[in-house]
Structures are given as structure tokens and as C-alpha cells.
Design a protein around this ligand. Structure first.
Ligand code: GUN
Ligand code: FE
Length: 463
């Protein structure tokens, strides 16, 4: 892969390389990273030696390679509701929009159409790894796993458990049936991808208010037995937190409810974490559970502003989540922007709007780190993905910037000119990355690879 690349080497450092070459073997593993490409194609031969003579060259023009994005929290069945939230907040949003739609996934044909389309949408936005909530339905959940495997998108696929405070028409009948159905989905995902290279199961208690204490504990035991990942929601909205306190009067906190049920493990993803107390953060850190920050969703449902900078300072592991359809976009690039925006609102709340606390602000690099390496750590793949290093697997997107047609040039129209404008080519590569972050979209994501396999391309992809 020849040409410019950029990636985050740490939370605060973005490495950019104008003339690079990344050598990827047939197994999708990065074998060399050349930074002084000069004539990039020549560098491949020089650096790699004879065995690279026959290598296929993929060159990026007016753009750069960037690591694939990790979406650490989204709901595939809620795709048709994207943009629908009105003035609702979490609990009435669930009843009004979410449960009626999710319950309809007993219809496998409908599930197939929506899941196929959603996986296409996340892939086309550069998401190479995605942690999915499905629904309570076993066949539809297994179908989502099939689709991710066929399309080549790394995925954690979770069958949703909910045996309490859920509508009659959409709930688990018993703890036993919730565990049995979850087990069936775990076994299915492991049967279609035994090594778990692409698809893995994830145990998914919807959130504390929709599961009884014995259901949560049974799922904690199932996680222990199967060594599976776990995902759930935590401390998203104040009414939800009050409801948890009412439903679990013996627990010290929302976090304590999950801890008591053995649901806080190094393989646990907790979505939102907006209103955690100091003590809760400490417990989550001790248990090495991870956090999915979902900024667009938190603003859409007016859940609150997550103090991400503070959580990072305290050493928590954080990635970004689109949380469709609480969130209104399947794009992690959009979450990068939203995370920066939310951090600025946090900064303007304290000490005051007129004297914002700069320390609360996320930088562009920090937000991109959360979207790639942070997310990789959240899903337990920090050794495999998130950046371009020898030994890591090549999960990447080819980003091309937009252009203004030359004098008299006939263009293909709107889609050809999308995103940041790169007319004179005068910016530094770092500045081009900034322009992409603030004004880019899926039109700029022209090719996507997972483990070296091309899983998405647009008309602007040239190789
Ligand atoms: N809490 C419980 N269920 C959901 C859901 O579907 N989306 C969000 N954002 N929060 C939840
Ligand atoms: Fe969610």
C-alpha cells in the first residue's frame, strides 16, 4: 500500500507520512512499514526484497491511508429509526420508537434486508470492527453474524436479553430461556468462525432496568463459563439511574449492580458512562472493564455530556460508539467530531462559558485515537488493529479528498466532489487530516480493508 498514511501512535501523537509504503502479506499481516518512500513503489521492492517483486501495488492519490474505525457500540436493528427521537429521552424513546421496531425482527426476511444494509453503511463509513446489539431473536441474531462474516467486517454480535420491565410483546420469558437463547447464539457464532478471526459472540443484557438480578447473575456466570465478551449500557440518563436505584435498593450504585452479577470483566463494554461517581469509575478501572463513549446519542437524547477527558486522565479505556439510533449517524468520523464538540461543551460548563476549561477539551488527534486504537483496546484487539505496525493486521481505509473540477472538466457530479476540498494541494498532510475530520464523510472513504481483504470500494477507488 503505497503513498501517504496517517495513524495515531499515542493518545496525543498523530504520525503522518507523505511517502510511505506498507507491505502486507497474503494473510493480511503488516510485514514492513517504509517511511522514506521517495518513489514509493521502488521502496516496496527495496524494503521487501525479492519476495515482493510480484506484490500487487495499491497506491493512494490525493489522500491517505488511515486505520479502519472501531465502532464500540451500536444497534443494527435500529437502523430504520435513524434520525427519529423527537423530544424524547431514553426511557420514553425506548417505548415509543425502539421496542416496536426491534420486536419486528421475528421476521427473518426483514432482518436480512435491514442488517445487510446496515453492515454496508458501517463498512462504507470506514468501520472495520463493530460491536453490535442485535435483538432478542436467535435466528435474526445469527443471521447478523453470517452477514458480518460474509462481508468480512470484524464484529461482536450480541443477542439482547431483557426479562423485566419490557413490553409483553418483546421480552424474555424466563431467566432460563434468556440464558439458553444466549448460549445458542454464542455457539452459533463460534461454529461459523471457530478461530474468531472475524466474528465473535458477545453476551448482551440490555441494561439493568430490563433484567432481573438473577438474570444478570446468570449471564455473568455464562460469561465466566464461555469466556465471552459482555456489553451493556450504564449510567446514560438521570431518570434511568434513579430507576436502577429503585429496582436494586440493595446496590450501592449502578456499577455495583453489574459488579454484583460478575458482569464487570476485562472483556466488558459499558456504553455511555455519562454520570458515573468517582467510586464507580474506580470500580470499573479495577475490573478493567471498557467504556463506549457515544457523543451524538447523548446529545440527541439529552442524556448528558460525558466528561471523557476526565475519564481518560483517570486511566479508563475508551472507544467511540455510534449508538444508532439513539445516535443519528452510522459514521465514527461523525462521532470523532461529536466527541470533540461534547468535550468543548464540558469545557464551557466549567468554570464558565466565558472562561472555558481548556483541559477538558479533546484534540483532533485524541478523538481519532479513541476511534482507532482506543476502540481496538475496548474490543480486546489492541495487539491486532488500530495502527500501522509490523505484526498488526491491515485494517484500513483509503481516504481521498474532494476536488473542484478543473476549467472545462466534466465531472461525475455531486459524489465526485464530496468532502474537504483539496484544490491547490498546499496544506500539510496533518492539515488534510484535520479537514477530513471536520468536513469529510463516506464519500471520502473510497476503499476499506479488513485483514488485507478489500471489503468496500467506491467509484473513486483506483488501484
Ligand atoms: N438503554 C437500553 N436500551 C438502549 C438502547 O437501545 N439504546 C440506548 N442508547 N440506550 C439504551
Ligand atoms: Fe445503545
Amino acid at each position: 500500500y503505497v503513498g501517504a498514511f496517517a495513524h495515531c501512535v499515542s493518545l496525543t501523537d498523530l504520525e503522518v507520512c507523505e511517502k510511505g509504503a506498507i507491505g502486507v502479506d497474503e494473510g493480511g499481516v503488516i510485514r514492513f512499514v517504509e517511511r522514506n518512500g521517495g518513489n514509493g513503489i521502488g521502496a516496496v521492492k527495496e524494503k521487501g526484497g525479492k519476495e515482493w517483486d510480484a506484490a500487487k501495488i495499491v497506491e493512494v492519490k490525493d489522500g491517505f491511508f488511515f486505520p479502519g474505525f472501531v465502532d464500540t457500540h451500536t444497534h443494527a436493528p435500529q437502523h430504520p429509526n435513524t434520525g427519529l427521537f423527537g423530544k424524547t429521552t431514553l426511557l420514553d424513546w425506548l417505548d415509543t420508537y425502539t421496542f416496536p421496531l426491534e420486536s419486528s425482527f421475528s421476521d427473518l426476511q426483514k432482518a436480512k434486508r435491514i442488517y445487510s444494509n446496515f453492515v454496508s453503511r458501517t463498512l462504507s463509513n470506514g468501520t472495520t470492527t463493530c460491536a453490535y446489539y442485535a435483538t432478542k431473536h436467535v435466528p435474526a441474531t445469527n443471521l447478523l453474524a453470517d452477514i458480518c462474516l460474509a462481508r468480512g467486517q470484524r464484529a461482536l454480535v450480541g443477542r439482547v436479553c431483557m426479562n423485566m420491565l419490557s413490553p409483553e410483546y418483546y421480552r424474555d420469558e424466563s431467566v432460563e430461556s434468556a440464558v439458553k437463547d444466549s448460549r445458542e447464539c454464542i455457539e452459533y457464532a463460534r461454529s461459523i468462525d471457530p478461530k474468531g478471526d472475524i466474528v465473535n459472540p458477545i453476551i448482551t443484557p440490555r441494561f439493568a432496568p430490563s433484567c432481573t438480578a438473577d438474570c444478570l447473575s446468570a449471564l455473568g456466570q455464562l460469561a465466566k463459563e464461555t469466556q465471552a465478551h459482555i456489553q451493556t449500557h450504564i449510567s446514560e440518563n438521570k431518570s434511568e439511574i434513579a430507576l436502577v436505584a429503585e429496582l436494586f435498593p440493595d446496590s450501592k450504585s449502578y456499577t455495583d449492580v453489574y459488579n454484583t452479577a460478575s458482569l464487570l470483566t476485562p472483556k466488558t463494554i459499558l456504553a455511555h458512562a455519562v454520570h458515573l461517581s468517582q467510586e464507580e469509575r474506580k470500580t470499573i478501572k479495577e475490573k478493567q472493564a471498557k467504556i463506549a463513549h457515544c457523543p451524538a446519542s447523548n446529545t440527541a437524547l439529552t442524556s448528558g455530556c460525558c466528561p471523557v477527558r476526565e475519564l481518560l486522565n483517570e486511566g479508563l479505556t475508551i472507544g467511540l460508539g455510534t449508538d444508532v439510533s439513539g445516535g443519528f449517524s452510522p459514521s465514527i468520523l461523525e462521532q470523532v467530531r461529536q466527541a470533540i464538540w461534547v468535550s468543548r461543551f464540558v469545557a464551557m460548563q466549567s468554570p464558565s462559558v466565558s472562561s472555558p476549561n481548556d483541559a477538558a477539551k479533546l484534540s483532533t488527534t485524541e478523538a481519532l485515537y479513541l476511534a482507532t486504537r482506543g476502540g481496538a483496546a475496548v474490543v480486546g484487539l489492541e495487539d491486532k488493529i488500530g495502527g500501522f505496525e509490523v505484526g498488526k493486521e491491515f485494517d484500513a481505509q483509503m481516504v481521498r479528498l474532494g476536488s473542484v473540477p478543473k476549467e472545462g472538466e466534466v465531472t461525475g457530479g455531486f459524489e465526485e466532489a464530496g468532502g474537504p476540498v483539496d484544490v491547490f494541494n498546499w496544506e500539510s498532510l496533518e492539515e488534510r487530516v484535520e479537514k477530513w475530520v471536520y468536513s469529510g464523510d463516506d464519500r471520502n472513504c473510497v476503499g476499506v480493508w479488513v485483514r488485507g481483504r478489500l471489503v468496500h470500494r467506491t467509484g473513486r477507488f483506483e488501484a
